[in-house]
Design a protein around this ligand. Structure first.
Ligand SMILES: NC(=O)c1ccc[n+]([C@@H]2O[C@H](COP(=O)([O-])OP(=O)(O)OC[C@H]3O[C@@H](n4cnc5c(N)ncnc54)[C@H](OP(=O)(O)O)[C@@H]3O)[C@@H](O)[C@H]2O)c1
Length: 339
């Protein structure tokens, strides 16, 4: 576990990464995304912050707050429903018009819901799109700007916050779960496909690093779509678990989650070519540029069953199959594979 004192000491040095870092927070209007945007803004010099979400009134309060924390920060809000891949393309075009490089793409869009398959107008399940397809489309669309940052030796990092360590077997014949939908399959597919596709991106973009992070249990607004009874049970659970330290059960206070993810976003430990930290690659080798992190901000043990599953899937061509499926979905939804 990376200690919170180590994390705070590192975050205080972020200014050394230079002025004008560009950071895009997809899902930056609430929860872990907002908490991370706050810590990043506090510690960076003259950063350009993009918040992407739907809640405009919340966003305008956040913009005021972030400018109060750091008056050198430029903060913009892009209002859009990112469950639609065409909207993802439009948001990225807007960023691309203003920024030559992107240093950090931080993604937390999501919903906690007990609803079954709910299709968007592009024919994707909304939850699966927010947790997987839209995120990978953001990566695909912003790769040119991420590579500009990385190839000049600057910070160039992608973080998707979901659930590594909980990868599950895929229904390989129905990756978008048209007919095999269940809440458990939807969670498992989103998590496993995040891990596999981030590894795919790392293999083809050697100057950018790609992190899949499990935040642990963090009390946020994520339960807002649950019915009042489930919402009450969730709040009660967090209340009962509050006295336990982060290290014992994986419940992480919201502000600490922001600090931990700001560290993950900026530490040189998770740089693309670090040979000294366990990464997830074709054979689990070091230096692949892809990392799966636990709630403690440390790489997940390569002997854990989920890590073995990911390695097996890479060795048996399932990672390739998932990427081909994803490209196919991109084509159908938007008419293009992306850049
Ligand atoms: N909290 C936890 O304990 C926990 C544990 C494991 C995994 N996770 C995962 O971590 C991620 C972040 O969770 P969180 O707890 O920070 O959630 P949260 O507080 O509910 O934040 C979710 C963010 O996603 C955005 N969003 C949702 N639907 C959107 C849409 N259609 N278009 C654009 N933006 C949308 C929301 O913005 P708007 O409302 O402005 O649209 C909000 O900024 C989620 O994927 C969650 O599954 C969380």
């Amino acid at each position: 576990m990376v200690s919170i004192s180590e994390i705070r000491a590192h975050n205080a040095t972020i200014k050394k990464l230079g002025s004008g870092l560009v950071a895009v927070f997809v899902g930056g209007t609430s929860g872990i995304g907002l908490s991370t945007a706050r810590e990043f803004t506090r510690n960076a010099t003259a950063p350009h912050i993009y918040l992407i979400g739907r809640n405009e009134s919340q966003a305008s309060q956040i913009i005021t707050e972030l400018r109060g924390i750091n008056d050198s920060a430029q903060v913009s809000f892009i209002k859009t429903d990112v469950s639609l891949l065409k909207s993802v393309d439009e948001a990225c075009q807007e960023i691309g018009k203003k920024e030559e490089k992107v240093n950090l793409l931080f993604m937390t869009p999501g919903v906690l819901t007990m609803q079954g398959r709910t299709e968007t107008s592009e024919g994707l399940d909304r939850k699966l799109s927010l947790h997987y397809y839209a995120r990978m489309r953001f990566v695909q669309d912003l790769l040119p700007q991420l590579n500009v940052a990385g190839s000049s030796g600057s910070l160039a990092r992608v973080i998707s916050v979901l659930g590594p360590g909980n990868e599950k077997k895929l229904v390989e014949t129905d990756l978008d779960l048209k007919t095999n939908y269940s809440l458990s399959n939807a969670a498992g597919h989103a998590i496993t496909m995040n891990s596999l596709s981030l590894i795919h991106f790392a293999a083809t973009n050697p100057s950018v690093s790609f992190l899949h992070s499990n935040p642990g249990g963090v009390q946020t607004n994520a339960a807002r779509e649950l019915n009042p009874i489930l919402k009450g049970i969730t709040s009660l659970l967090f209340l009962l678990l509050k006295p336990f330290p982060t290290s014992s059960i994986g419940i992480v206070p919201l502000s600490e989650s922001g600090e931990r993810h700001t560290y993950a976003a900026t530490t040189s430990l998770f740089s693309p070519k670090n040979q000294n930290v366990a990464t997830t690659g074709a054979d689990g080798e070091k230096g692949s540029g892809a990392y799966r992190l636990g709630f403690d901000t440390a790489p997940i043990d390569s002997k854990q069953s989920s890590s073995v599953l990911v390695k097996d899937y890479l060795a048996n061509g399932v990672g390739k199959k998932v990427w081909e499926h994803t490209t196919d979905i991109f084509n159908k939804a938007t008419g293009s594979e992306g850049k």
